[in-house]
Design a protein around this ligand. Sequence first.
Ligand SMILES: [Zn+2]
Ligand SMILES: [Zn+2]
Length: 292
Amino acid sequence: MSAAFLVSRPSVARAILAPAPWPRPLRVLRTGTGRVEEIPVEAYVAAVLPGEIGGHAPAAALEAQAVAARSYALARRTRHADLCDAVHCQVFRGLPAATEETRAASRATEGLVLVQNGRIIAAPFHAVCGGKTARPRDVWDDEENPDLMPVEDDACRDAPGYSWSFSIPRRELPHLAAALGFPVARFLEIFGRDDSGRVSMLRLAAPGGASRVVRGFDFRKAASEIWGWASVRSTAFEIAESRAEYLLSGRGTGHGAGMCQAGAIARARRGESRDDILGLYYKGAHVERSLP
Ligand SMILES: [Zn+2]
Ligand SMILES: [Zn+2]
């Protein structure tokens, strides 16, 4: 835009020189009421952090989460209105959910986003990785995923949910198998793992030899719907089979892609910076200021 152009078109110049409200507010679909609310981006970021990582986590972890949450929201802004207020997008319980600390984290990172190949990424995050993060494309195949390298992480080892076990009684297997579209199944085994060691495929088998292979992600989702999220907490597990049950022993809680929140909190407590944390968990992306 040349100066001459601005001078010859004063009305346009005014529009350009006025402080631009950027980025425009997010339009958030409130699933309870069905209404769409316009929320300024930074106020939105401050308000979602408590639901994602807690309202009082150490500053570097809150700031790392603020960058991730802002990136996620801006990259995903065409989902419904822009985003909904539920787990499907990012849990938003209204502006009063923000705390002094989360507002500070939003201010300290204002406009910062994670970028890869010139695009803001829908930065994924999860509760506890259990020792190694997952590659996003191994978790979801139905969306545009950033390409992030799996990284080893021992910072979350003291977190609840770092290791877990869950028993599926044999008599309950048909119930789970029905949810996966194969109710005749009576046997279960691991059928494939991804680069990070997570279970990518399981095989359900029926007496007589029929079988069906299901994705690890779908298996965990079906188990969570039946027994709750604290049953099969992740897809990083082994299965021990006995007469009475399938005993799953696993590590981590959540899908495992991107930032491990328990690890981020532990790292912040021991003095690592926001950029250390983001650089580790989002290896392959970098932080940019998206404000013009
Ligand atoms: Zn949504
Ligand atoms: Zn971790």
